[in-house]
Design a protein around this ligand. Structure first.
Ligand code: NDP
Length: 285
């Protein structure tokens, strides 16, 4: 078997085209969705993510602004900027690019962003709503993964989903969203025993580890759907996933590539959340 690709880049392009139309309509009603991104320090990966977010926003007509702060910024300074953005009616979505310099508590920052402007979906109040299945901002990477599965009409209900990785931004929420869709979910992590055997029972296998090619074909059941969240930079500068794509694609029924897989979807879902935030704060139905 050779797996069908779930191409996140192509799906993103379709979704961005739809959003462009929606943003145009909102603009005609006097509402321009506006995302403010806050970048602290000089981390090159963060800078490149922020650039990607600005570019994608521009493609859909969403307005974005960037606040760049020095590495030495104190926690109090950053929290004050966030509080000002919380009360600025022209700003609908606030995204503080992680990671932050060590003098700043990421949790403090996440909890200071107003839940109604939390387009990353990291605020505990929004995480709580996600867990209870209420309408809220879903964290972008897990939201992108569910959207990819649905785009191919892949059945989730009753399937066994194995998630490798339990971070707050990917592993835990993607498991929760799959559970909300009636999958039976197993979480694995660095202390899991028999990882390979567990993974090989998955109908849907999500790898969010951060280790290049850790998941080889022997972790994959014939016909499984394989979602590769990992982004690992190789010695030659290219990016690769957590899954050994070449061997995995011979056993999987569907597989996401890296690049052009989950990565572009993450940014696209951020734009969706920004439009949602803009609508939520306006009187427009
Ligand atoms: P974290 O480092 O926060 O979490 C990694 C998880 O993998 C942890 O739960 C860890 O277990 C687990 N793990 C590590 N080694 C092993 C192992 N050998 N066996 C089993 N489990 C293991 O990473 P993130 O969740 O933030 O990111 C994961 C990957 O996804 C990274 O490559 C990152 O770059 C990428 N990513 C991609 C995004 C996208 O848009 N495509 C968005 C966000 C991240 P433990 O908890 O026990 O330490």
């Amino acid at each position: 078997m050779t797996a069908q690709l779930i191409n996140g880049k192509e799906l993103s392009a379709v979704l961005k085209q739809e959003m462009k139309g929606e943003v145009q309509e909102l603009k005609q009603q006097g509402l321009t969705p506006h995302l403010t991104v806050v970048l602290v320090g000089e981390n090159p990966a963060s800078k490149s993510y922020v650039k990607g977010k600005e570019k994608a926003a521009a493609e859909t007509g969403i307005s974005s602004s960037l606040i760049e702060l020095p590495e030495s910024t104190s926690e109090a300074e950053l929290l004050q900027i966030i509080k000002d953005l919380n009360t600025d009616e022209s700003v609908h979505g606030i995204l503080v690019q992680l990671p932050l310099p060590k003098q700043i508590s990421e949790q403090q920052v996440i909890e200071t962003i107003h839940p109604d402007k939390d387009v990353d979906g990291f605020h505990p109040s929004n995480i709580g709503k996600m867990m209870t299945g209420e309408d809220t901002f879903l964290p972008c990477t897990p939201y992108g993964i569910i959207t990819m599965l649905k785009s191919k009409n892949i059945e989730i209900e009753g399937k066994h989903a194995v998630i490798i990785g339990r971070s707050n931004i990917v592993g835990k929420p993607v498991g929760q969203l799959l559970l909300n869709e009636n999958a039976t979910v197993t979480y694995c992590h660095s202390k899991t025993k028999n990882l390979k055997e567990l993974a090989a029972t998955a109908d849907i296998l999500v790898a969010a580890i951060g280790k290049a090619h850790a998941i080889t074909a022997d972790y994959i059941k014939n016909g499984a759907v394989v979602i590769d969240v990992g982004i690992n930079r190789q010695a030659d500068g290219t990016l690769t996933g957590d899954v050994d794509f070449e061997s995995a694609k011979e056993k999987a029924s569907y597989i996401t590539p890296v690049p052009r897989g989950v990565g572009p979807m993450t940014i696209t879902m951020l734009l969706k959340n920004t439009i949602k935030a803009a609508k939520g704060l306006s009187t427009i139905e």
